[in-house]
Design a binder for this molecule. Sequence first.
Ligand code: HEM
Length: 440
Amino acid sequence: MPGTVDVLKRFTSIMRDPLSFLLEMTESFGDSIPFNLPDEKARLINHPDLIEHVLLTNNKNYSKKTPQFETFAYVAGNGLLNSDGAFWLRQRRIAQPAFHQRKINQMIETMQTETQNKLEAWQSLPPDTIVDMEQEMLQLTLGITMKALFSMDISGQEAEMVKTIEETLGYVMFRAQVMVPIPPTWPLPVNRRFQKAMKTLDAFVYEMIEQRRQASEPIDDVLSIFIDAKDEAGAPLPDEVIRDEILTLIIAGYETAASGMTWLWALLAEHVDESQKLRQELADVLNGRIPTLEDLPKLPYLKQSIQEGWRLYPPSWVITRSAIEDDEIGGEPIAADTLVIISPYTMHRHPTIWPDPLAFKPERFAEENGRSRYAYIPFGGGPRLCIGNTFAEMETMIIMGTLAQYFSPEPLTSPPHQTRSLVTIRPKGGLPVKLHPLTP
Ligand code: HEM
């Protein structure tokens, strides 16, 4: 077991490169690693059975009162991702119907239209134009999220809005990483930039709520679900509560999906045989068309490639919980208040569970292979399973299935691409690519 001093010595490297730190820990110390952080006990667990215990079997004993979620709350308040207990359950029950498969199926048209617009925008560029694929994906998924969930058309404002959100997320990560906490009220440039960005976001979201309250026609979307919802006493939810949920869905919904696709583009560029196989499947089934709902089950290799991308680069690279009462995980005692750390990134690279873990092999997902459900956790698991998992899968299939037929983006930097861990895993410096056109 690494002791306090050992971990403290590495503290700067933890903050600078947490993914390498987590991998190093699992490679050196096994599947259940207790260690001491400056002001709390922590345990990193890296085995499906242990993860299942925390996320599912005894999930009631594990809260979200952890630095990870407290940090996110600076931006998104007490929304679904952060809240706990009875309040979380009520809010989840309100939101859940909007994410049923039947509802997601109705959102496909928005995904198709926005993807078609992106395709046409790329086609209007001279061949081999350089774009930042990370930005392209962030703007595309933000546009889709706003339209599909909130009926908001933000055409032309995507870049500005991505910048504003990134400003807020960058700030909260900065706060989490500096050793000496800086009071947010100090008149420092970082604080001022954050407050300005938050003001812009808040104004935008409160305006959405206000406009919807005054809409003359009923609109069937997630925003209306929250506006029409009632609390236990039959009163409407306060605007602040609706604001937290909307901002949570926007941020949780677009950045994760964009991160997954950015990495998938990089992986496909690096693995010529696999991308050839994918393009062949797309040509056979689609012949240049945008996928429809009926096409999706006929594109197994596309789905497997996406799953494999999420395995190697799970956008949500860390999931944390705090033990409420003393417990045992896999026979090891866990004291109350222990910070439990689960990393989809290290779990998905566990060498005895994933043979040849660093290789990009979409076929791994082709058939049942007896792996535990909790060996693959890009969307978490148990009651706190990602509410947007089917949305994300459909959106990613539509976008990748369309754009990969027409373009073969070539990264300007060679792999391995360095990672940076914001809320999601991102390539350091974005992913500048040359957009090579293809004829489907
Ligand atoms: C590839 C894309 C996505 C990934 C990898 C992802 C990942 C995750 C993970 C790992 C969790 C669980 C966190 C925990 O247990 O602490 C989660 C929760 C959540 N995700 Fe996603 N997500 C994605 C897309 C989406 C989308 C598209 C939406 C909304 C439209 C969304 C909204 C949420 C919300 C609201 C929660 C909190 C659910 C709850 O606790 O009740 N996510 N996501």
